[in-house]
Structure formats: C-alpha cells, structure tokens
Design a protein around this ligand. Sequence first.
Ligand SMILES: CC(C)(COP(=O)(O)OP(=O)(O)OC[C@H]1O[C@@H](n2cnc3c(N)ncnc32)[C@H](O)[C@@H]1OP(=O)(O)O)[C@@H](O)C(=O)NCCC(=O)NCCS
Length: 156
Amino acid sequence: MSARLETAWSIRRMRPRDVADVLAIETVSYAYPWSERIFHDCLRVGYRAWIIGAPGQPVGGYALATIAVGEAHLLNLCVAPAARGQRLGERLLDQLVSQARMEAAHTLMLEVRPSNTAARRLYDRYGFVHQGTRPNYYPGESEREDALLLSYKVAP
Ligand SMILES: CC(C)(COP(=O)(O)OP(=O)(O)OC[C@H]1O[C@@H](n2cnc3c(N)ncnc32)[C@H](O)[C@@H]1OP(=O)(O)O)[C@@H](O)C(=O)NCCC(=O)NCCS
C-alpha cells in the first residue's frame, strides 16, 4: 500500500517581509504584475492580505482584498505555478469570505479576464455569478481587455 504525503498548507497574514517571495510568484504569474511598491502600499494602508504556505514553501500563494461599507473586493489572488491545481485558491477565498462575514460585508466582488480559464473555473465552482463587464479594464498586447465583474453573496 502506498501512502501519499499531503502538503500541510496553512494560511496566515501577509507581512512586509513576505513581499520578496510574493513578488517572485507575481512576476511569473501575470503579464502585467504588480510592483513591489503596490504590495507594500496595500500592507501599509491595512488592506486584508494573506499567505498560504507550508513547511518548505513559506509562500505558495496569496490574496489581497479590501473590505469596506458592506462590500469585499478581491484585488489579487495568485498561487505559485508549482502549487496550482490543489485548490489553494479556494482556501484563500474561504479565508477572505470568513473575514468578510466577520466584518459584516454582504458581497464579495472581483474582476477577471475573460481569457483566464483557470481563474474562471475556480470562481464558477465557488459560486460567483456574472454581474457585468468593465470595458477596456486590463492592459493587453495590442488592445486592452474587458473585465468580467463577478459577485459572491457573503451574507447567509
Ligand atoms: C487562478 C488561480 C489562483 C487558481 O488557483 P488554484 O489553487 O490552482 O485553483 P484550483 O486548484 O481550484 O484550479 C483551478 C483551475 O486551474 C486549472 N489547473 C489545475 N491544475 C493546474 C495546474 N497544475 N497548473 C495550472 N492550472 C491548473 C484547472 O483549469 C482548474 O480548474 P478545474 O479543477 O475545474 O479543472 C491560479 O491559477 C493562479 O494563480 N493563476 C495566475 C494568477 C491569476 O490569474 N489569478 C486570478 C486573477 S483574477
């Protein structure tokens, strides 16, 4: 009988000293990555930010969001390429949803590129619904790309 060792992922708050590891994942994950400064600014102004990590891989993924006036907004959700396909994105969404509930938010909003199949599968499975389109939202190679605006009902 063979035993498969499960990676023991856990979630904690992002700290400024995580930013170097976060940035390494960010730059290989997006064509238009956030800068180091954006991450530090998000932490400085108190945006909600988490890391999912495991022994041997302190930063496997991360999420950043705002929660204000009854609404949470996911700003960035990213999993290291080698750690994808293990539902870590879902674990980070669970963390955000539980924080949003604690802060009495009723809705979680996010934008996603129509071309981002992996993210759209995650959000569909999670129960997000399509609310509309933000035209020319994302930079692109020849022209800008629209964003799909999705929402998830946080309040029971
Ligand atoms: C989107 C993202 C966060 C999903 O994280 P994840 O933890 O891998 O999510 P899941 O395990 O639920 O997999 C989601 C989908 O990714 C795809 N996927 C599965 N394994 C994968 C792998 N090893 N590598 C790449 N994509 C994979 C599949 O389409 C999967 O959907 P399915 O299981 O219904 O077939 C991750 O792909 C990522 O960080 N992408 C780059 C950054 C990004 O686009 N963020 C979202 C911005 S809106």
